[in-house]
Design a protein around this ligand. Sequence first.
Ligand SMILES: Cc1cc2nc3c(=O)[nH]c(=O)nc-3n(C[C@H](O)[C@H](O)[C@H](O)COP(=O)(O)OP(=O)(O)OC[C@H]3O[C@@H](n4cnc5c(N)ncnc54)[C@H](O)[C@@H]3O)c2cc1C
Ligand code: FES
Length: 631
Amino acid sequence: MIRTFHVTDGVKNNTLLKNLWTMGASNCKTFSVKNSRNAGAKNSAANGISERADYVEGVVCNEKDINENEMKMLPLGDDGGKILLIKQKGELHAIGTKCTHYGALMHTGALGEGRVRCPWHGACFNIKTGDIEDYPGLDSLPCYQVTVNNKGLVNVRARRKDLELNKRTKTMCKFDAANKKMAVIIGGGPSGATCAETLRQEGFTGRIVMVCKEPILPYDRCKVSKTMDFELEKALLRPQLFYDENKIETKLNVEATALDTNANIVKLSSNEELKYDYLYIATGSKARKPDVPGADLANIFVMRNHADSVGIVSQLSLEKHVVVLGLSFIGMEAAAYCIGKVASVTVVGRDTVPFRAVFGPEIGERAKREHELKGVKFIFGTNIAKFIPNEDDTAVKEIELLNGTVLPADIAIMGIGSTFFTEWLKDSSLEMKEDGSIVTDQYLKTNIENVYAGGDIVYAPVYSSNNERAAIGHYPLAHYHGKIAAQNICGKLTPLKAVPFFWTTLFGKSYRYAGYGKADKIKIHGSLDDLKFFTYYFKDGKVIAMSSVGRDPIVADFANLLYEGRALTEEEVEKDPVAWMRHKPKDFIKKDTSSEKSNAPVPDIKSFTPRPDDKGTRDILEINKEGHIIH
Ligand SMILES: Cc1cc2nc3c(=O)[nH]c(=O)nc-3n(C[C@H](O)[C@H](O)[C@H](O)COP(=O)(O)OP(=O)(O)OC[C@H]3O[C@@H](n4cnc5c(N)ncnc54)[C@H](O)[C@@H]3O)c2cc1C
Ligand code: FES
């Protein structure tokens, strides 16, 4: 019989088992041993809990209590410690319980082959090592030693510190002044930040310089429109100390202005010139402003940076009127944040429903209804004609729409999509598309040797869409690009292999989405009224994407399916919408495959095929030329 033990780096054979007691388990490697009943018995408490100062150890269950491909969160020790026990391929693994991003309980996520995916935003962790493999979040999970004794009792041994922290930062190599190689990263978003630290994790000992146009360290940009008054310190991806300790130089408030790929030089707004050996460009998107009279008046905001949210929050007060332009994520999130804090919030859009291009009109209609219930007003089928100033001609006072309506507007928020921050590269020899995105291969390498690009700005292969290229503006993907670029810079040839995953959160409900592409048919299962549903997006009879609200972990499970190269057809899900699911929460099937009764005007189960004229009525400002979603 085969048993699995998790031990720290360097422990490779059975003779070392007796040493396991004194070893940490923070960076596990797995090996299997035959006939380990004796070893297990020798190394584990037969029952109950034995604890030493730095370690907690105890029996967590009987091996029969956990089935193949099952995850269980189990207590360990008497200080409230918990571990996630996973059985796969007959082996047992124990890792941390909470996602290192925002703490979702991983046993409620989706177990794939060798990795568990967080149900909330799609981060993935290796079940054998706890290493983070997909994002968001930057840290890995701790991994604990598991043994099974001759009575079948499963014993777990964990470092107390790991159990308490529930996360670990991967080992970083040390900067070596003798290594004269220099990696320059342009852009301090999630992509740049992940690249910088992955370089150190992958053994790059040379100089690393990260150039950031914003005056602050990389932070969670998703908060900008969802929680505008967020605390910056808490939203930083890493504190300054982290960069100092790992000798990652950060140049804040500095912008790259030109690139000379012949001389390998990046010019900076500080007049400095950086001579790189490797360059990673991840400058992200630039929020659009409408090109209409008055657009430069004060109190007209875009939503991209921390500074934008600070500006808006400083203006909010109960007597003011807010007008939001745009029916996609930024606009809807901004409206949800502002309502209740001001006199009125009106959302203006060219379409007749929010989110049509991404979620489909019915989900959009439902989201609209939720906004309306909270007091948000909508004006559809029009756009802004001009911003009208106040008496001293400084700030916006009113907005005139193309349909002639004039709205009071003390604050105007523009959520009308974005372009790419790549104008500074226009005289370089990088291959770029007309829209300004940078073309890369599956290793994120541009047409120039040693120049890589990632995040929002790249037109790169999308693994789950047959490696067709696209520019996708999602937060997890931006992180992931940073990792892949760093691995390739370090010579560890690694192709992109990710499934696009994103979410929006409105009035406490998260809408999740995995996959990519323009659907020709949509089918919703469950109750839109109760905001408990999941949706299939079909193209040519194949499921290309899924969304859900209140139905975790179906979207994460679907992302795993795509990641593993499997496909789901319309025929399959017509027969049984959840037969393919590996992780069906109890009562999931009963609730979501039957047509629930609902008082809502929107039917519970409904097929939708876009009308031919839907294309023309889309709010095209929120997606780029090729129909790609830009938040
Ligand atoms: C308000 C908001 C909410 C969002 N919410 C979600 C969400 O809920 N879920 C989701 O999946 N995605 C969300 N997104 C999208 C997500 O944030 C982006 O896809 C992601 O941040 C892209 O990362 P990046 O590193 O490529 O670029 P960015 O995060 O844009 O970072 C690039 C950085 O580089 C800087 N820069 C630009 N030009 C230069 C230059 N020449 N020199 C130096 N620095 C430069 C920029 O100022 C910026 O600081 C949201 C986006 C916004 C704006
Ligand atoms: S909480 Fe897990 S990915 Fe966000």
